[in-house]
Design a protein around this ligand. Sequence first.
Ligand SMILES: [Zn+2]
Length: 122
Amino acid sequence: MECKCCGSCKIKKNGKSLGKQRYKCKECGKTFFDTKPKFSEELKQKAILMYLNNVGVRKTAMFIGCSRTTVTNWVKKAKEKLDKKLKKLRLIIRKRPILLSWTKYIHMFKKTKKSNRMDCLF
Ligand SMILES: [Zn+2]
């Protein structure tokens, strides 16, 4: 089982409410119940993939059979997870001097892209 908020596996039992077991996440501190999710992880991934392929929130929600807000929340959470992973990755890169030039390269690329001078990179 994992935290419904941050996806962490570090959870502990946190009393009962209305006969249901309540859990608490050790990482983000959120409490939640062990309820079965309405939509499977596979369906969520499909929705996110559709959104990323410019299907649009409205059409994606119609296809999956959920609300537009649900799709938006899934995308938001997926982005947050990715941001966290990227942050970790950046920390690893920073610790490795060999790869440092790559971050500089990406930074340079971003700069040139902004000023529409992509050709000067190649
Ligand atoms: Zn959590």
